[in-house]
Write a protein that binds this ligand. Structure first.
Ligand SMILES: [Zn+2]
Ligand SMILES: [Zn+2]
Ligand SMILES: [Zn+2]
Length: 351
């Protein structure tokens, strides 16, 4: 077959090129680096969480996130390296090839495809790992990974003393990804493979999840409309960055941070979360309609145009489409008894 012939040639050429080129990464080295990075991350996390009187150092929160995230990526790379049997092919899967592949004469009237330039000096990033995992059939919860990557980037921008709560959430979210990968893809026993780190992360995750579920239960029992519950997930304590927020005792529209005790008004934060979530690709300069409008029922600016529903009070459009022509109706057509602007005009003219 033509295509497989092409691929064989291509692979051979790169393999040939690599053998004569770069230094090689070894599987063992990757594993060692991954485990060291995760261990340092867990140690940083412990130092960051301890009280100052007990040798605690909040500045370690950021390096905890950096080390853990780097450790996770190294673990993934180790997983990829473990999939290839030839040592010289490890570099093939872990480095980005040169962008240009050009046919060269093979000396006997044929051609050989060869990369022009060098393999990238740095190993593949998150996107590179993802595309290779897809090719190798390795599964990872990429939504959770993206969220983790965002959290890590957010942590970089937080003041160190305001990141203690955030790093607790970060470690709790890292755990299931590491656990799943070690068990499912590496087929290792996590307690053996990760050493004491594993138990520390496991216990922290269990503790954190417990608190998170308590917070959610308290919100469900509060006066907050149920349509708003999903948006709580994007709110963080302004003081410590923790996602562990519960309604204040007297249910007065404030929230209290379970991690540091700070209280803040809820509504403006929730509004921001809804606006951000619904805005999507909204571009006012492109003539787009704003994604949110004032609700005619409760007058909060939480009527989601795309869904025809208010997030706060649950008010829904009564007339969805024109009974004559089927055109979609919006908030402004609701007084026309089920007709679009044009057909309402026609009716009034005929009367
Ligand atoms: Zn807090
Ligand atoms: Zn409403
Ligand atoms: Zn119509």
């Amino acid at each position: 077959m033509r295509s497989s012939h092409f691929l064989d040639r291509w692979t051979l050429s790169i393999g040939h090129w690599l053998i004569h080129g770069e230094t090689m990464l070894s599987q063992e080295k990757l594993k060692e680096n991954a485990l060291t990075s995760i261990r340092l991350g867990v140690e940083d996390f412990q130092r960051a969480s301890r009280a100052a009187t007990d040798g605690g150092d909040p500045e370690r929160a950021i390096s905890a996130a950096r080390n853990l995230f780097a450790g996770l990526l190294l673990l993934f790379k180790y997983g990829l390296a473990a999939k290839v049997t030839k040592a010289e092919e490890i570099d093939l899967v872990l480095f980005n090839p040169p962008k240009q592949i050009v046919p060269h004469p093979d000396g006997s009237g044929g051609v050989q495809w060869r990369p022009v330039g060098k393999f990238a000096k740095q190993t593949i990033d998150v996107d590179g790992i993802k595309s290779r995992f897809e090719a190798f059939g390795i599964e990872v919860d990429w939504d959770a990974m993206r969220q983790l990557q965002d959290e890590r980037n957010n942590l970089e921008h937080l003041h160190p003393t305001k990141s203690i709560g955030a790093i607790a959430g970060f470690v709790a979210e890292t755990f299931p990804i590491v656990q799943q990968f070690v068990v499912e893809e590496l087929e290792e026993v996590p307690a053996d493979f990760l050493g004491p780190c594993w138990r520390i992360m496991l216990e922290h995750r269990a503790f954190f999840e417990g608190r998170l579920q308590e917070c959610l239960a308290a919100w469900r029992a509060s006066s907050l409309p149920s349509g708003m519950l999903p948006y709580l997930a994007s709110i963080r304590c302004g003081e410590c960055g923790s996602p562990l927020l519960a309604p204040s005792q007297d249910d007065d529209g404030e929230y209290t941070c379970v991690a540091c005790g700070e209280s803040s008004p809820l509504m403006s934060e929730l509004m921001e979360a809804v606006v951000e979530a619904e805005a999507g690709s909204y571009d006012p300069y492109d003539g787009d309609e704003p994604p949110l409008r004032d609700c005619p029922n409760c007058s909060e600016s939480l009527f989601v145009v795309a869904d025809g529903e208010c997030r706060w009070c649950g008010y829904e459009l009564e007339d969805w489409e024109c009974v004559v022509c089927g055109e979609a109706l919006g908030l402004d057509d609701q007084h026309n008894s089920g007709l679009c602007g044009f057909h309402a005009y026609q009716r009034d003219k005929d009367d």
